[in-house]
Design a protein around this ligand. Structure first.
Ligand code: SAM
Ligand code: SF4
Ligand code: SF4
Length: 334
């Protein structure tokens, strides 16, 4: 097994398939930056599905067991189900999932399931239509995301996880309503602390609602008790409702960092590898894929990157690191 310089193994690969998105969530792709004139990657610079699959296979040979497809918005990548169909049968792959904003899920759920997708995560920041429209900033109605979630459930994508990023003053009033909405639904609602990813969202520590506060706000209305992690390195701390009607997770990336057990590598849609969500630079693997390198050569490039890895940004976060020129979340995925 290849361990990085802090003793962590490589276990998951997050694959961003596009830097484009049909939403402009205020905490991720603010309109002032990602406006009409923003230069997205040209299609020819994106890794093809064949290139992505080849790389995924090499990563699996190095110990990766889990793949997550993300973006930008992965469902805006044309024929994304074809990539799923190429990845799903890979030998040694134990988990294949995708994170989406749900806008196109009503249309795509069946094709994704047929292609071999096993489960799905849908991001939804509020159940209140007005709040949700303000957060996605393209006036997208909450009802359509709920229809997408229902479609995913109907075709048997399971379990469904629902991710809510909580930002102070924006959607904290939706925490309990979201908990009530998904209580007893069989879906797992996860609350995510607002993070200082990228360099465009104007992040301030004051805007973070700490996971501890989220849990206590819910606990007051719907009593909770902690659960053991499902596996070592699980990023969400789990709680179940005392009445037994389901569970929630909280992801405390800012207030209680989990770098010590971070086993993730990220691949951008143009073929750069990042060993941390907060990285300022990536490693160009597209040049190798397109330049005639063998699988063995690419594998040794990956081993080299991983074994030199020393990232633990969230443990070291300071006022100074917040303003580093970090890569955008919409570029490398969550
Ligand atoms: N477009 C898809 C979606 O929204 O699910 C996939 C990509 S999105 C970058 C992946 C996840 O990152 C989403 O759940 C999103 O809410 C989360 N995210 C984006 N910016 C964030 C931030 N500043 N802090 C915490 N989570 C963030
Ligand atoms: Fe798009 Fe997802 Fe970022 Fe929202 S969080 S802007 S849906 S990539
Ligand atoms: Fe992993 Fe970097 Fe996040 Fe730490 S800050 S958990 S190393 S992605």
């Amino acid at each position: 097994m290849n361990l990085d310089s802090l003793g962590r193994s490589l276990h998951d690969l997050r694959i961003s398939v596009t830097d484009r998105c049909n939403f402009r969530c205020v905490y991720c792709m603010p309109k002032e930056v990602f406006g009409k004139d923003f230069q997205f990657l040209p299609p020819r610079s994106l890794l093809s599905f064949e290139e992505t699959t080849r790389l995924a296979k090499i990563c699996i040979s190095l110990g990766v067991e889990k793949l997550r497809i993300t973006g930008g918005e992965p469902l805006v990548r044309r024929e994304i189900e074809k990539l799923i169909a190429m990845l799903a049968p890979l030998d040694g792959l134990k988990d294949l999932t995708l994170t989406t904003n749900g806008a196109l899920l009503g249309r795509k759920a069946q094709a994704l399931k047929d292609a071999g997708l096993r489960r799905i995560t849908v991001s939804l920041d509020s159940i209140d239509d007005q709040t949700f429209r303000a957060m996605n900033d393209v006036d997208f109605p909450v009802s359509q995301v709920l229809e997408g979630i229902e479609a995913a459930r109907a075709v048997g994508l399971s379990p469904i996880k629902v991710n809510m990023v909580v930002k102070r003053g924006l959607n904290e009033q939706s925490i309990v309503d979201m908990a009530r909405r998904f209580l007893g639904s069989g879906m797992i609602l996860r609350f995510i602390e607002y993070m200082d990813v990228g360099a465009t969202n104007g992040w301030r520590l004051d805007d973070v609602v700490p996971a501890r506060e989220i849990v206590s706000v819910i606990d007051r209305e719907l009593p909770l008790e902690p659960l053991e992690p499902n596996y070592r390195g699980e990023v969400a701390s789990r709680y179940r409702y005392r009445d037994g009607d389901g569970e929630i997770g909280v992801i405390s990336s800012v207030t209680q960092p989990f770098c010590a057990s971070c086993t993730r590598m990220r691949l951008s849609s143009e073929g750069k590898l990042y060993t941390c969500l907060f990285a300022t630079a990536g490693h160009d693997v597209r040049a190798l894929l397109r330049g005639g390198s063998s699988d063995e050569e690419i594998a040794s490039f990956l081993v080299d990157i991983w074994t030199r890895r020393a990232d633990r940004y969230s443990e070291l976060r300071t006022a100074a690191t917040v303003s580093l020129p970090k890569v955008e979340m919409s570029h490398i995925g969550g």
